[in-house]
Design a protein around this ligand. Structure first.
Ligand code: ADP
Ligand code: MG
Length: 310
């Protein structure tokens, strides 16, 4: 076997702040500028690891929804089409930033690709009954009362919520595996993947958004990832998050993670799915799961920042 195929596989799941930082308007210039921080580190890591990049799409898919709400002259597009649009949009931004960072490092021959990815969900998933996943901007209570779509109160304020079924299988898993074994950097499962159900031999899109951390854990399991890293806007995982007795945790065993989860330290919609994704990954024989800040991806891979689970 060629030595490059012996490299470990690293999956980096980029959180929303890789593109838009807290308090920013989210112009395209800001998004490109922000992306350089994680992508520069990933470009360096690609010399040592086979790399898969996944990413969220909450603010972007929310913006597309708002844009179509404000226009009555063209037909409305369902959510699955908007998710596909954000995969193209963000995939292009990551790919072009990565290309330029690789060039800056003098790496000219690294193949990269962003892949439109479908993820099968179960049409009987009880998650279809209740919208829980926040997308788009934050509204005031007054504005939220006038909106025509489902809205829920979140830690950040009132937000549009959509249904979020669990990922069952990644349709393009074989293709992704082949590409990383050929040393491609693969950008895939963007925005949690396009949710589809099977109707006979056909795939049909559904109006939902899959959590990108749970989608990434499923992908990691199906293609055999070694290190699964979720990069977000906090240094790592804390107990009593946001309270005066908050305490950062540098590593936790599966047992400890389950105990803290039961005690309610990890809310649904933010840290909850990350911990669940990390636990699933370790239970499925992944080597190491990390949750860290976008700034510390390289340090976390070396075990010098963030929180290790498992
Ligand atoms: P991403 O876009 O990266 O998925 P999320 O907002 O979904 O970001 O999740 C990260 C957020 O989780 C942090 O901004 C933090 O406020 C929140 N959070 C909730 N509980 C915890 C916890 N126990 N430890 C650390 N952060 C937490
Ligand atoms: Mg999230």
């Amino acid at each position: 076997m060629k030595s490059k195929n012996k490299k470990e596989t690293l999956l980096v799941a980029l959180g929303g702040n890789a593109l838009i930082r807290k308090g920013q308007e989210g112009t395209i210039e800001q998004q490109f500028e922000n992306l350089k921080v994680p992508i520069r580190q990933i470009a360096k890591l690609s010399q040592k690891f086979k790399i898969i990049i996944t990413h969220g799409n909450g603010p972007q898919v929310g913006s597309l929804l708002l844009q179509q709400e404000s226009c009555d002259t063209t037909p409305k597009l369902p959510l699955e089409i908007l998710v596909a649009q954000t995969q193209g949009q963000i995939g292009y931004m990551i790919e072009s930033t990565l290309d330029s960072e690789l060039m800056d490092l003098g790496i000219h021959a690294k193949p990269l690709v962003s892949l439109i990815s479908y993820i099968v969900v179960d049409e009987k998933d009880p998650a279809f009954k209740t919208p829980t996943k926040p997308i788009g901007p934050v509204y005031t209570k007054e504005k939220a009362a006038d909106l025509t779509f489902p809205v829920s109160k979140t830690a950040k304020g009132y937000r549009h919520v959509v249904v979020s079924p669990r990922p069952v299988t990644i349709v393009e898993k074989r293709e992704i595996k082949k590409l990383i074994n050929m040393d491609f950097i693969v950008i895939c499962c963007g925005g949690g993947g396009i949710p589809v159900i099977r109707e006979g031999r056909k795939f049909c899109g559904v109006d939902a958004v899959i959590d990108k951390d749970l989608a990434s854990a499923k992908l990691a399991e199906e293609v055999g990832v070694d290190i699964f890293l979720m990069a977000t806007d906090v240094y790592g995982v804390a107990l009593n998050h946001g309270r005066s007795n908050e305490k950062f945790v540098s590593s936790m065993t599966l047992k400890e993670a389950a105990k803290y989860q039961k005690e309610g330290h990890f809310p649904a919609g933010s840290m909850g799915p990350k911990i669940e994704a990390a636990m699933q990954f370790i239970q499925n024989r992944g080597k190491r799961a990390m949750i860290c800040s976008i700034e510390d991806i390289d340090k976390a891979v070396e075990g010098k920042a963030g929180t290790r689970i498992g």
